[in-house]
Write a protein that binds this ligand. Structure first.
Ligand SMILES: Nc1ncnc2c1ncn2[C@@H]1O[C@H](COP(=O)(O)OP(=O)(O)OP(=O)(O)O)[C@@H](O)[C@H]1O
Length: 897
């Protein structure tokens, strides 16, 4: 055993000498002293690991430095451009990649995340790929379905995986994910190789121990520790790469879906109208949130863990089989593999349909989750209606469905598990012992076994470990059948999501009307000459396409200086297309700029439906719609929408604060709009425009400086003044319990909607029931403001009191009777006279009601008096009777006397 004093000179010399050659010589001497070989695998692997770690760390810091330098340059350039906000705006947008840059606050600094710009051609191509799949796999030309393929891995499943893989996960060969995948595979191979080396070393240790060779034993131990470094490195590397790859797959999928789901074609809205004939491709609008979030995550995790679950044991099996073949011979290895195959087939045969079970559970979990969300969102309404008991019983039923399913699943799994454990955990290792023992028991010169106990022990230990590892690899492959089933289930869900998104994202989307092949994709459409190809690719134009008699055949003219509807039917979009439910049969009117229109009608007649057609949420089945350019029109919906964010964010929505500043607006402008709509007092109540009910601390003077810095996302220079922009929860993270919706009254919410209109200042404004919760005096003030600011507004209401603020009236009497008339002085006079007459009649009616009440009261009084009078008469009679009886009694007493 070398003493420390003998080691020290080497250590000291190593430190003193700097030249590489000297270092190497000294290092060799040290290894020789320890009895280690310089070129032995453990030493080389150890050195390789240390070197690669050092290079990885230095590369990381190099990249960090480069990004820091880039940020500095960007900031300097920004300062140069900041003299004019318009220049800055251009600077941001001159590079198309900049459009997809997101700034994320991270650990007190700002992370710049660059996203790839959207390539719409790619989506057009992918739609055709999916359409072809549906044609090839889901329906035969005669309309029947192809026979389901019953094999370990369904071919449909593999095709689906392949399509998703090529379309989204790794769209090109030279892709970041390709490198990650290659690194992952190399780490898996390295791990198996290391296992082989460690197994051999294990046998060597056993041999040296039994042979009482202390020096060699010590050397083996040093080797063992040297091996431990690359082995741990590779193990952690596999886990890291698995997680990283899963995250990258998820990111790719989420971005791909979101780019389709949330773009100008309004897929997130229109999805509710999509219907597929095949139940396998029907997407529930209620669970789409779960598909977009949890299911995509599960898919990415299952797919990447499959590499580890199948790839690793497969590599192990190949490596170990090759190595073992030298030790136990080809027949032995064939027998082991044959055993695996037979048991594998048996297990597959006994295995329950995990795919179906998993899909069912996911569906039930989705419903349960959704129900809870619904409860939170409508808590106030439910408590007002005293619906707690009802909701509780409903949620209990939903949860019971879920638990019942889980119980069935557990039971089915239990039966299978029993068989699986018996085979995989006990039968296979038993085979391992037998096959490892055979060469020793029936030693043959061919197998290389000799009557040397230490060598026998080494060979047995090595073979046994390898066979057990092989059994373990085989069993892991068997276990992964469940993973494949799970992956198959979640692949179906993700594929279904993609199919539905593509069907709706199609510029020719027919709102549920399927094509002749019934696969849900549009086909063979005649493109109307009004629609250019550019319009098709940007998402507008789907309405100007004709298909069958059920199809959409209306014409939309954009950038018209007014609003015109000619012979337009208002039809609820459905599978029946033009034969669907007609709300209104023929809408015809025309208004020019600065002519305000009031659309009046009873509840449910189709007023909002008209706005849906104007905003192209609903299709135009026939007729002509001429409307202003989309950049000139603003829609204020019936139910004001609030986001999680500051008070400012509510008014500037859907712009961000940075965009607001870049457009030249300041907080003073926002405060001005609040004052104009009569909400100035909100600033006093909430302190500042930064107030955020979700965070409650933003804008607070006491807010911790570090916390504040964490939220800093940008600095924008407006008129020479640098303004720090903080993340006011645009990310949607809600830390507190309150929301703007619960914090503001119904009327205040509607006034915020007016502040939004003032901020966006579009020439045309469509307002749906804008003042239903606002008092009459405020209503008057708001409409006067709209007129003063020269907006052209189209108001939808069922309150005819709004007539006086408008120039035209579209009176929806019923589906066939729509009156369009000018509200001129005469009309107003007439309306006022009718109005005053109505008011007079109302007063008279009230008077009559009061008179009737008075009469009833008098009647009651009279009845009471009569009753009272009757009582008095009765009383008089009884008094008289009493008096008489008293008199009689007196007479009787006198007579008796
Ligand atoms: N997606 C849909 N599917 C089926 N029917 C719908 C759909 N959307 C609306 N409808 C129906 O269309 C009719 C008109 O709806 P709309 O919202 O236009 O009414 P409205 O005239 O604005 O009524 P209100 O004054 O109450 O707001 C209603 O009967 C409604 O049930």
């Amino acid at each position: 055993m070398p003493s420390l004093s003998t080691l020290n000179p080497y250590m000291l010399t190593l430190r003193k000498r700097k030249s590489i050659s000297t270092l190497l010589i000294q290092y060799t001497k040290l290894l020789q002293f320890l009895g280690l070989e310089l070129y032995s695998k453990p030493v080389l692997l150890f050195l390789l690991t240390v070197l690669s770690t050092a290079s990885a760390i230095s590369t990381y810091y190099l990249f960090k430095f480069i990004s820091y330098a880039k940020e500095r340059i960007r900031k300097r350039k920004l300062k140069e451009y900041s003299s004019s906000s318009l220049d800055k705006w251009r600077f941001y947008h001159q590079d198309p990649k900049r459009l997809r840059t997101v700034f994320v606050p991270y650990k007190g600094r700002r992370l710049e995340v660059n996203l790839e710009p959207i390539n719409y051609d790619r989506y057009e191509h992918d739609r055709l790929v999916l359409k072809k799949y549906m044609k090839d796999y889901e329906k035969l030309p005669d309309g029947t379905k192809p026979a389901p393929v019953k094999s370990l891995v369904e071919s449909k499943f593999l095709t689906k995986i392949y399509i998703i893989w090529k379309m989204i996960l790794i769209p090109r060969v030279f892709h970041k994910n390709t490198y990650l995948l290659l690194a992952h595979i190399s780490f898996l191979i390295a791990r198996t190789w290391l296992t082989l080396l460690v197994t051999k070393l294990d046998g060597q240790i056993m041999k040296d121990l039994i042979g009482f060779n202390v020096k060699l034993f010590l050397r083996d131990m040093v080797y063992w520790f040297l091996f431990a470094v690359p082995a741990s490195y590779v193990n952690s590397g596999i886990k890291f790469l698995t997680k990283r790859l899963a995250l990258n797959f998820r990111t790719n999928l989420v971005r791909y879906c979101h780019d389709m789901y949330m773009n100008s074609r309004l897929v997130y809205y229109k999805l509710q109208f999509n219907k597929n004939e095949s139940p396998d491709y029907q997407l529930s609008y209620q669970t789409i949130d779960q598909n977009m979030t949890a299911d995509i995550q599960k898919f990415s995790d299952s797919l990447t863990s499959l590499f580890a679950n199948i790839g690793k044991p497969a590599i192990d099996l190949v490596f170990f089989a090759i190595y073992l073949r030298d030790n136990i011979g080809t027949p032995g290895i064939l027998a082991i593999l044959f055993n695996y195959l037979i048991t594998g087939i048996m297990l597959k045969h006994k295995s329950p349909n995990f795919n179906r079970l998993w899909k069912q559970r996911t569906h039930l979990e989705g419903i349960y989750y959704n129900y809870n969300l619904n409860l939170v969102n409508n808590c106030e309404e439910i408590s007002f209606y005293k619906g707690t008991k009802f909701e509780k019983s409903k949620v209990y039923r939903i949860f019971s469905d879920l638990t019942n399913h889980i119980v069935c699943e557990i039971q089915e799994r239990f039966n299978y598990q029993l068989f699986e454990d018996y085979v995989l955990k006990f039968t296979w290792p038993a085979f391992g012992y037998v096959f490892a023992g055979i060469p020793i028991l029936f030693e043959s010169p061919k197998s290389g076994y000799v009557h040397d106990e230490t060598s026998n022990m080494k060979s047995f230990v090595v073979n046994k470990r390898l066979i057990l590892s092989m059994a373990d690899a085989g069993s892991r492959m068997m276990y992964s059948i469940k993973n494949i089933n799970r992956l198959s289930g979640v692949t179906d869900i993700v594929f279904n999501l993609l199919v539905n998104l593509h069907q709706v994202h199609d510029a020719n989307f027919q709102y549920g009307v399927t094509n002749s092949q019934g696969n849900g994709f549009a086909s063979n459409f005649k493109i109307n000459s009004f629609v250019s190809h550019a319009q098709l690719s940007t998402g507008y134009g789907g309405n100007a396409i004709s298909n069958t008699s059920k199809g959409i055949d209306g014409t939309i003219q954009r950038s018209y200086p007014g609003l015109r509807m000619e012979k337009i039917p208002v039809i609820v979009p459905s599978l029946d297309g033009v034969d669907g439910q007609h709300l209104l049969n023929n809408l015809t009117f025309n208004i020019a700029k600065n002519q305000n229109l009031l659309i009046l009608g009873k509840n449910g007649i189709g007023k909002t439906a008209i706005v849906r057609i104007i905003s192209e949420l609903w299709p135009l089945y026939s007729g002509l719609l001429s409307k202003p350019a989309s950049s000139d029109i603003y829609y204020a919906s019936q139910r004001p929408y609030f986001i999680s964010g500051s008070l400012r964010d509510q008014i500037i929505y859907p712009l961000s604060q940075i965009q607001m500043l870049q457009k030249g607006f300041t907080d003073d402008d926002i405060i001005g709009y609040l004052n104009e709509v009569g909400l100035g007092y909100l600033l006093e109540r909430f302190g500042s425009l930064d107030y955020n009910p979700g965070i409650d601390t933003l804008g607070n003077e006491d807010e911790d400086e570090a916390k504040r810095k964490n939220r800093l996302i940008d600095e924008v220079v407006v008129n020479g003044v640098t303004i720090e922009v903080y993340d006011s929860n645009m990310g949607g993270l809600v830390e507190g319990k309150k929301t703007w919706f619960s914090l503001l009254s119904g009327g205040e919410r509607q006034k915020i909607a007016f502040a939004r209109i003032l901020f966006h200042h579009k020439p045309f404004v469509v307002m749906d029931e804008p003042t239903s919760a606002i008092s009459y005096d405020s209503e008057d003030m708001l409409f006067e403001l709209m007129r003063k600011k020269s907006f052209t507004f189209i108001t939808i209401t069922n309150r005819d009191s709004l007539i006086k603020y408008h120039d035209y009236l579209l009176d929806l009497v019923d589906a066939d009777h729509v009156k369009f008339s000018k509200i001129d002085e005469e009309y107003l006079k007439y309306f006022e006279s009718v109005d005053s007459e109505v008011k007079y009649l109302e007063v008279e009616l009230k008077k009559m009601q009061q008179l009737r009440q008075r009469k009833e009261q008098l009647q009651r009084l009279l009845n009471g008096y009569e009753d009272g009078a009757e009582d008095t008469i009765q009383d008089k009679r009884s008094m008289k009777r009493a008096k008489n009886s008293v008199n009689l009694a007196e007479q009787k007493r006198r007579l008796q006397k």
